[in-house]
Ligand binder design. Structure first.
Ligand SMILES: Cc1cc2nc3c(=O)[nH]c(=O)nc-3n(C[C@H](O)[C@H](O)[C@H](O)COP(=O)(O)OP(=O)(O)OC[C@H]3O[C@@H](n4cnc5c(N)ncnc54)[C@H](O)[C@@H]3O)c2cc1C
Length: 296
């Protein structure tokens, strides 16, 4: 199928793009087009006007601040961020999750900020923003504002961006000392949307005891779900019982649903299995990093 007729603009500065958007609030921003163009082509959405931001050089940055975090502009492709060695060092969970986003051709074109704004709870990046406590900077002709991940994702495929606002960059904080991360997912084929995906971050105290454990979930809730699992490890040790309790606690916060790919029960079982696997891996990663920090 072909999309319905639309007009198209390709501004070369953010100021021009914001003015164009203010003049046509029913328009849509075109980033990588890997979600928007299929939706238009299948006529699941019709857009009268596209504002293509790909010519705006000032949105192409990746800035890594050690001890602070990673900032990336709105036209940075998944593949660019994935390949960025410094970004990987400062926030390894971003790299780990990007490895599972779609196929190479889609990662070469799709943008990570576009993926965040698209707000699909089956996408890895909205969950990563929520789990890491990231922020999105948006701009309009009125000025700029920052939106925390907590306030960003308000419903399925729905964010708190207002008409006329363009997301200009996203920020994810650096991994603190004595922390470890892990990510894993089950998809029918590598690069497909996950049937279920889990990311975890574990923090240890100076004696190596667990201080906090949080996990984020892909494809088992309507908006990105993050669950604090710290209470399952009351003695600060990683135990089999603690992992089992963590899996059951997580399920009380999730809404696995059936579709043509998996039953609700199967998705729930994947959430259980991945929770235990990923939390254990993040704990091992935290231990290894803490040891490396001591010897460095
Ligand atoms: C076959 C296939 C498999 C895929 N598999 C996965 C997967 O496994 N995991 C995954 O996470 N994603 C997957 N994707 C989606 C991919 O990651 C897209 O890159 C992403 O969803 C959207 O990014 P984009 O840059 O292509 O955005 P676009 O398609 O250009 O835009 C998406 C939406 O966000 C809005 N938007 C984009 N950028 C901005 C901005 N800066 N400011 C305001 N609004 C903006 C657009 O107006 C539109 O509504 C897949 C896509 C395909 C086609």
């Amino acid at each position: 199928m072909k999309p319905a007729a639309f007009t198209y603009q390709r501004p070369t500065t953010l100021t021009q793009a914001l003015a164009a958007y203010a003049a046509a609030p029913e328009a849509k921003v075109l980033a990588g087009g890997q979600s928007l163009i299929p939706l238009m082509s299948m006529r699941l959405t019709s857009v009268p006007e596209l504002i293509d931001i790909n010519g705006i050089e000032e949105l192409s940055h990746i800035h890594v601040e050690r001890g602070q975090g990673v900032r990336f502009g709105a036209i940075v492709r998944h593949a660019q961020l994935h390949a960025h060695a410094e970004a990987r060092e400062v926030q390894p969970l971003l790299h780990a999750a990007l490895s599972h986003v779609a196929h190479a051709t889609i990662r070469n074109r799709g943008t990570t900020v576009g993926s965040i704004v698209h707000a699909d709870a089956s996408g890895e990046m909205p969950m990563i923003m929520s789990l890491l406590g990231g922020t999105l900077t948006v701009a309009s002709v009125e000025g700029r504002r920052e939106i925390t991940a907590e306030d960003l994702f308000i419903g399925p495929l729905e964010t708190s961006l207002q008409a006329g606002e363009i997301a200009v960059e996203a920020f994810v904080p650096a991994l603190p000392a004595r922390h470890g991360v892990a990510f894993d997912e089950i998809a029918r084929r590598h690069g497909d949307y996950a049937l279920c995906g889990v990311g975890a971050i574990v923090g240890l105290d100076a004696d190596g005891a667990i201080e906090h454990v949080r996990a984020g979930y892909v494809s088992v809730s309507e908006t990105p779900a993050v669950v604090d699992l710290t209470g399952c490890f009351p003695d600060g040790e990683l135990t089999e019982q603690g992992l089992k309790d963590a899996a059951e606690l997580a399920l009380t916060h999730l809404e696995p649903e059936a579709d043509i790919h998996a039953s609700a029960e199967y998705r729930a079982q994947l959430a259980r299995t991945l929770t235990t696997r990923v939390v254990a891996a993040a704990h091992a990663d935290a231990g290894a990093r803490a040891n490396a920090e001591v010897t460095a």
